[in-house]
Design a protein around this ligand. Structure first.
Ligand code: PAN
Ligand code: ZN
Length: 188
């Protein structure tokens, strides 16, 4: 019999069926979980903590070589100060590539390796992006609607979040009167 984690699931039913299928309870990130990553994080937190995004993970065969884990993220529209809402971002410890697939909404996917090379990818509904091993990744929602995307990665890798504080992305993505602006972080 198929394990519940490998039962098929339709995209339409994802948000209602995934709690029954997922191996991780929903993970929620609030402003308080990533205050220092935003220029105006402290001020936003003083005005009140709030949820920025949530994600679910399905890992059908935890730790087994050659298997896959996958998840769906719902990243809310909006800004923290002048900065568009974004995921915390991470590197995969050791090696491990990943595939991102857009379901809804639009934004920018930031990729950066540990040498500091940066790629900024327009990401939207039906976009498929391969994230090579060794590249940190962060999604930024620059649209007016909540963004959802699927991620697929190899089983058994560790997500290195601390690396975002030593090898953070070189740019920020701001909402300005002229639209979306990508600015160097060093100019903070
Ligand atoms: C994604 C991310 C998810 C949440 O599933 O984990 O979008 O972003 P953070 O992990 O940066 O909080 C992924 O890249 N998995 O490897
Ligand atoms: Zn990842």
């Amino acid at each position: 019999m198929l394990k519940r984690t490998i039962l098929p699931i339709t995209l339409e039913d994802f948000f209602t069926d995934i709690p029954a299928n997922c191996t991780e309870p929903v993970l929620i990130r609030n402003i308080s979980d990533m205050v220092s990553l935003f220029i105006d994080g402290e001020q936003a937190l003083q005005e009140g903590d709030r949820e920025l995004y949530r994600f679910w993970t399905i890992e059908p065969a935890p730790g087994e070589a050659g298997e896959l884990a996958y998840g769906v993220t719902e990243l809310y529209a909006g800004t923290i100060g002048s900065e568009f809402n974004m995921t915390h971002g991470h590197y995969h410890a050791g090696s491990g590539a990943e595939l991102y697939m857009g379901l809804k909404g639009s934004g920018l996917l930031l990729l950066q390796n540990r040498e500091g090379d940066l790629e900024t990818i327009e990401f939207g509904e039906r976009t498929i992006t391969y994230i090579p091993s060794g590249w940190g990744h962060r999604m930024v929602n620059t649209g007016d609607e909540n963004m959802t995307f699927i991620a697929v990665w190899p089983t058994g890798i560790d997500h290195d979040y601390d690396a975002m504080y030593t090898h953070n992305f070189k740019v920020r993505v701001l909402k300005t009167e002229d639209g979306v602006k990508i600015v160097p972080r060093s100019e903070d």
